[in-house]
Design a protein around this ligand. Structure first.
Ligand SMILES: [Zn+2]
Length: 624
């Protein structure tokens, strides 16, 4: 692996005084701590779950730990690229070595061991596939996530991972089941979460007839990561095997049999709901509509989009855009909160990473301008779902019921050792707009949500060809400019020019473009307008260009899950894109951990300043 031993990115730190407003680099530093603190060094895998609805909060292993490990292993270098931290770097090196050691024969394996007696069982897998076998298996999506981790190690650290990635692409291609012009991975192929390839070969290769199969409840979910990884690998290397695999799997997951259908409440059915055909005049299947479990459908949507952009496919792009718009209609868009789990109520951390990823790539593909959606997610729900306040969480736990004795738990399955402090920086699982009921974590969400931080940070400022393009009005250190954001306190952004350039700034939808003032050294600077972007030219090094505009508080009311037993009403106060208050009409229950606490401090008109060490990495990684 050569220089991959060095997991800390090369770069430089410099002192700066910046507004003490949302700082994604600082959030990335927290995420690194949380991810590495959640590893179990005795097994060199994560504790995949954490629970805080008890006086004795605990971390727990999960059978999904092994395929989820590459998600953290992908996030860690991206987070370090944002902030430069060297926190527990030797542990991350060991973690990478452990993950690489799980690869052989072109696949990333969950190897049989009696030390993880929980490894075979996922959700209702016992019912579907029995107890499974004492045998190695490869989760197909775990293999794909490992390919993505390898791409991130290369992108962030220059690690030479090309041969391993190519071998894994070859392995995924080899075990895919081919039919006509498409391919798939079968849900009855193994046990555990179904789409796992046993060392001794697939047990059953039959094709699924609908999406709702398997322990995760989605067939397309189990194909999507492979599309993404193959399309990303193709974009990075031009490998025709990867392109072929991505295209064949895309054709499979876009089949109308997997999409559309409307959720109907039906107390006579299991779970109290049914999926009924779409009403006349609406054909959701051709536009990626989904009735339940958004993250399971976002995975194939992100894969199809990656493939569409890498290979050129207008129809696939149209499919994903329509699915994205449908998704954004199901929640409080301006809060960045989407109900990902109808008929229940909750937004999964994974989904926040998905939304940011989809929105940025759709925007880049020219399918829309979704920067305001990204701003909403990042400033609000994504920021709130990250655990940042250990004393508040500890106080919450102290007021919860005594823990129930867990007598049938295998040794090593869980630990209560410092569970709250170790979880600072990770992301809550499923939350309501203003609270987390029975707060808990599943680290799929930590992986995907932290990557959402990276996507937003990476997309916030794009630099090149003597131009700096500021897409999001967030604090951000760059190569040719630094951005200091006074939002949401004041409508003010300072662009500090480090190399002569032209500067373009995207102005959010809630600002009257005609009211924006641009000044340098006290003098007005003329700007050109193109869409929502204002551009100032020929800015010399050392210049500070200040964009100011009026910023108002707006109070807005919303109802979510209208007409159902879980209908809730909210009143939100926004300063620009930032929610400074989120109030539910129904009082919180003792097992609700409140979100959006402390945001009153954002309602002053003067942003406080802070001294910080800004990090600028030598490498950039944009092909995420
Ligand atoms: Zn999740």
């Amino acid at each position: 692996m050569g220089d991959s031993k060095n997991v800390v990115p090369a770069g430089s730190f410099y002192e700066a005084e910046i507004p003490d407003t949302l700082d994604l680099a600082a959030r990335a530093g927290l995420a690194v701590r949380g991810m590495l603190n959640t590893l179990d060094p005795s097994l060199m895998t994560m504790y995949g779950l954490a629970h805080f609805n008890t006086r004795a909060p605990f971390l727990r292993h999960w059978s999904a730990d092994i395929p989820l490990d590459p998600k953290l292993a992908e996030s860690l270098p991206l987070m370090r690229l944002m902030c430069g931290t060297d926190f527990q770097a030797p542990l991350e090196q060991d973690y990478r070595a452990e993950l690489v050691s799980r690869i052989d024969d072109g696949l990333y394996w969950d190897r049989y061991t009696p030390r993880r007696p929980w490894r075979n069982i996922y959700n209702n897998s016992m019912e579907l596939y029995g107890a499974g076998r004492p045998e190695d298996f490869a989760s197909v999506w775990g293999v794909a996530r490992m390919i993505r981790a390898l791409a991130a190690w290369q992108g962030a650290n220059g690690a030479d991972t090309a041969a391993l990635s190519a071998a894994l692409i070859g392995g995924l291609r080899r075990i895919a089941v081919d039919r006509d012009d498409y391919s798939y991975y079968p849900h009855r192929g193994g046990w555990h979460d179904g789409f796992v390839y046993p060392r001794s070969g697939w047990i059953d290769t039959s094709e699924a007839q609908r999406d709702r199969e398997g322990p995760e409840g989605s067939v397309t979910c189990a194909q999507g990561h492979q599309i993404y990884a193959a399309a990303q690998h193709y974009a990075l290397t031009g490998d025709p095997v990867a392109k072929d695999l991505a295209a064949r799997l895309s054709r499979y997951v876009m089949k109308p049999k997997f999409w559309g259908g409307t959720l109907a409440l039906d107390p006579a059915k299991p779970g109290g709901f049914d999926i009924v055909p779409d009403a006349p005049f609406r054909h959701g299947a051709q536009f990626g509509h989904w009735p339940i479990h958004f993250h399971a459908r976002a995975i194939p949507l992100r894969g199809v989009l990656k493939c569409a952009m890498a290979c050129g496919d207008d129809r696939a792009l149209e499919f994903v855009r329509a699915a994205y718009e449908f998704t954004m209609s199901q929640g409080i868009r301006r809060l960045g909160w989407i109900n990902t789990h109808p008929p229940g109520i909750g937004c999964e951390g994974c989904a926040l990473g998905d939304l940011v990823g989809l929105a940025i790539r759709l925007t880049e593909a020219g399918a829309g301008d979704y920067w305001d959606d990204i701003d909403a997610v990042v400033r609000n729900q994504l920021a709130e779902q990250q655990i940042t306040d250990a004393p508040a969480l500890a106080a919450f736990c102290a007021a919860q019921p005594e823990d129930q004795p867990r007598t049938d738990v295998p040794a090593g399955y869980e630990t209560t050792d410092d569970a709250v402090n170790r979880s600072v920086g990770v992301f809550f699982g499923i939350t309501k707009p203003g609270a987390v009921t029975d707060p808990w974590v599943m680290h799929c969400c930590t992986g995907n949500a932290s990557q959402g931080l990276y996507y937003a940070w990476e997309g916030a400022l794009r630099e090149g060809d003597g131009a700096a393009v500021v897409n999001l009005l967030l604090n951000r250190a760059g190569r040719i400019v630094d951005v200091d954001s006074h939002l949401p306190h004041a409508g003010r952004v300072d662009v500090r020019v480090k190399q002569a350039c032209r500067v373009s700034v995207r102005i959010p939808h809630w600002v009257d473009l005609g009211a924006v003032e641009i000044r340098s050294r006290g003098a007005a600077v003329p700007a050109e307008r193109l869409g929502r972007y204002l551009t100032v030219r020929d800015r010399p090094a050392g210049d500070v260009v200040t964009f100011t505009f009026p910023l108002h508080e707006r109070t807005e009311s919303y109802v979510v899950n209208q007409g159902t037993p879980v209908e809730e009403a909210y009143v939100c106060v926004f300063r620009g894109s930032t929610a400074v208050s989120v109030q539910c009409a129904t009082a919180l229950k003792p097992n609700d951990f409140p979100l959006y606490r402390g945001r009153d401090s954002l309602r002053t008109s003067q942003a406080p300043l802070k001294q910080t060490a800004r990090f600028l990495a030598d490498r950039q990684f944009a092909e995420w």
